[in-house]
Design a binder for this molecule. Sequence first.
Ligand SMILES: Cc1cc2nc3c(=O)[nH]c(=O)nc-3n(C[C@H](O)[C@H](O)[C@H](O)COP(=O)(O)O)c2cc1C
Length: 199
Amino acid sequence: MGYRVIGLLGSPLIEGNTAKLLEKALEGVRDAGCETETIAVTNLDFQPCMEAFYCRDHETCMMDDDMQAMYHKFRDMDSLIVATPIMTMGIPGALKGFIDRFQVFFMAKYMRKSSLVSPERISRRRGLYIGISGMNIPNVFDGAKLTMKAFFDIIDVKYHGELLIRDMDHIRDITTRPDLLDEAYRKGKELGMMLREGK
Ligand SMILES: Cc1cc2nc3c(=O)[nH]c(=O)nc-3n(C[C@H](O)[C@H](O)[C@H](O)COP(=O)(O)O)c2cc1C
């Protein structure tokens, strides 16, 4: 059976530094024998959560937009890699809007005590967070990490690890740092191998 890993891109730049790191990680996942799919948040058409609370009693959202397909994909995936730059000391607004719409999963799991994800999948689902920031300061990822951990919790993905790269204002082009691209590949491959080996 082929395991499916989604790579979620939070940067609006489809060929930017974050995207290159994500692609390296997904290459590692594929080399481990798993299937991958990249989803770029900026390519999706959706609105932010309007707090209609339709999801309190339904397994979906009342807003009929691209998130409907995302709910299916995020139910059926086996693991997740989120790659995103820091914007204004947090994650980009579009990615935050995307994550907020997973209130559909929150209500099922925490209010109705019935996760949308099957127990078998929950047992193997892991998440990797790849973050990059322009600045080189210690706390720059603090807010993003809190959001990422909450997101992973809500969608029943175990927080497996992270690759946090500071100082992009000086690095500028990630291809000048093959060591960092190799690290992304290694972490992706590790994630894929764990799936394949049933760990
Ligand atoms: C609107 C905006 C806000 C940003 N805010 C921050 C910030 O608060 N802290 C920081 O370290 N970098 C910040 N950055 C820098 C980005 O994190 C950095 O340039 C990153 O490498 C962008 O990755 P990308 O080119 O793959 O999208 C910001 C960039 C943009 C465009």
